[in-house]
Design a binder for this molecule. Sequence first.
Ligand code: SAH
Ligand code: SF4
Ligand code: F3S
Length: 469
Amino acid sequence: MDLTTIESDEIGTVAGQPAARATAARKVFIKTYGCQMNVYDSQRMTDALTADGYTATDAIGEADLVLLNTCHIREKAAEKVYSELGRIRDMKAERASAGREMLIGVAGCVAQAEGAEIIRRSPAVDLVIGPQTYHRLPNVLARVRGGEKIVETDYAIEDKFEHLPQPKRAEVIKRGVTAFLTVQEGCDKFCTFCVVPYTRGSEVSRPVAQIVAEAERLAEAGVREVTLLGQNVNAWHGEGEKGQEWGLGRLLFRLSEIPGLARLRYTTSHPRDMGDELIAAHRDLPSLMPYLHLPVQSGSDRILKTMNRRHTAKDYLALLDRIRAVRPDIALSGDFIVGFPGETGADFEATMELVRQVTYASAFSFKYSPRPGTPGADMADQVPETVKDERLQRLQALLLKQQQDFGLSLVGSTIDTLIEKPGRQAGQKVGRSPWLQPVIVDEKAGEIGDIIKVRITKTGYNSLFAELA
Ligand code: SAH
Ligand code: SF4
Ligand code: F3S
């Protein structure tokens, strides 16, 4: 999962308002924190709300409803929400003095983890809704507009995805040629540092037919690249179209048959769920991009054990050997935690050594953040902040060097690029490489949605520059 906090204010504005409404449509502003799954959820909430008569706005000042879709993964992520709520509370008060209402809702993983505590701490909040109940949002909002304060954090028994409306075709087109599609949610692994099993509940896989239908709808609206999402996406399993048991590898084969869908990805995967069929998909499916996010967290077996990852560093390296044997151009990405309780200097060196052995194309690394309710928070030998800082700096310097070397290794080569959007500078367009790097090309190189061959001429800080090959 991409752990840099995504702050997507641009959930988008829907063109045109429902014709039948006598009053001006209510406007919703959604701010998204956390991982890609929250980005996907925000889109689905937007779809549910537009079906309910709202229009999406990216101007918070004109919103009748402000929704924060929050992340609880680290303390900083959760605290951000409260500082943002302070700011929004002042806007709400201003609006009230002008005689207009502004409702405030908190969704996502902080909502699930803290529930009613959010309203106690921030009384301006009108509604708290956990990730498993987004399909109830219109109903809940109707009650909130009637003056109730609502906290809705059940793990709903009904399938929320079945009840959430699909986006309109125009909306999919506006969102662009790449899209997320959640296929699996929740986690049963209980790593001792992690809140996800508590905020997202236990593992649930969406049925094949639902996923295929959604992917077909995306492709039909012009989406070229789909990233399948799940907290443990490679634990996805389902009943195939002829009643047989499918794993993620088989699902990828099925999705690759959809006309127009040229590229497939999946994230985040767990090393313990990399099955043979999935590895075979990397060998046999040209549309499956040669890029794999496979977090390892630590290179020390002792720490992996107390983290409850249930594999060793050697297991992880052996797995990578098997994947690289069938797909030699695969690039690796990972997540790391430094300063987990009990991590010694030698444990940390083992992580550095593993990174040197693997060579990552990109990676996310974090200082361990004790999370309430997780076993790690109560472990002895918490590592001092200064030690965590020093380790993180060293690890990040190594990972950054590897990322830059990877970019440089591509200079002079010819690669496929999916043209995604206009560039920041006039005369440019931005594409996406098979390894998720932004590729800057001349705007005349191709149209949005085209996959073109380009030659890499140089690297930027985080991007590649290219010319038509
Ligand atoms: N399911 C994925 C990870 C989801 S959470 C997996 O098993 O790999 C995303 C990342 O956040 C984790 O990989 C981990 O690196 C980081 N993370 C999770 N809990 C954390 C914590 N308490 N402190 C610091 N980083 C954490
Ligand atoms: Fe968290 Fe571990 Fe589950 Fe990943 S596998 S979501 S790190 S508990
Ligand atoms: Fe954060 Fe929840 Fe995703 S805790 S990383 S938003 S699953």
